[in-house]
Design a protein around this ligand. Structure first.
Ligand code: XMP
Ligand code: MG
Length: 179
């Protein structure tokens, strides 16, 4: 792996900044069309969604609320453990609210299946999913993803919030780890 001058490895870029910006604008337009009069709760899954959420909400010009939930599904590596843990519940009443879950990536789908189960018990008016990236080739849980930024191949991706062992979330573009 080549090291750049600043000691950050140079990974091959999968999605560049221009494509990210265009996708965020497209998703924002779709979400605006569907949620403009619904005062939705955008529920980001930490940590991976933080940059996507920040870019997305700045393209939305209607009333909404932002909440985050912390879920853990990975150890330190690149394979899902299948077990999902939640750090704390949602500190906001969701009953009767329109909830839009904002995720960085959907892989096996275990994380979101677990979260959807938890959310349904809160009796929201609706729950939809918005994923910055989707890796459908590895899906196990059956999920309907309502808004997708990019469908990505079966590679481990980093950057734009996505990490490998907590590193590289700060890379502005989406890159992939070579096997
Ligand atoms: P599941 O398998 O539950 O996984 O859908 C979702 C969570 O797994 C992490 N994940 C990744 N993180 N690059 C990452 O940085 C990847 O390619 C990747 N695949 C899965 C991520 O935290 C996601 O929320
Ligand atoms: Mg995540």
């Amino acid at each position: 792996m080549a090291l750049a001058m600043n000691n950050t490895p140079e990974f091959p870029v999968l999605i560049d900044k221009k494509k990210i910006d265009a996708a965020v604008r497209r998703l924002a337009a779709e979400i605006s069309r569907d949620y403009r009069d619904k005062n939705p709760v955008l529920l980001g899954v930490l940590k991976g969604s933080f940059i996507f959420m920040a870019d997305l909400v700045r393209q939305l010009d209607f009333p909404l609320e932002i909440e985050f939930i912390r879920l853990f599904s990975y150890g330190g590596g690149t394979h899902s453990s299948g077990s999902v843990k939640m750090a704390r519940g949602v500190p906001l009443k969701l009953k009767g609210r329109h909830v839009l879950v904002v995720e960085d990536i959907i892989d096996t789908g275990f994380t979101l299946a677990h979260l959807l189960h938890y959310l349904k018990e809160k009796e929201p008016a609706s729950v939809k999913l918005c994923a910055f990236t989707d890796k459908p080739s590895r899906r196990v849980a059956v999920l309907n993803v309502d808004y997708v930024g990019f469908t990505v191949p079966d590679k481990f991706v980093v950057g734009y919030g996505l990490d490998y062992a907590e590193k590289y979330r700060n890379l502005p573009e989406v890159s992939y780890l070579e096997d």
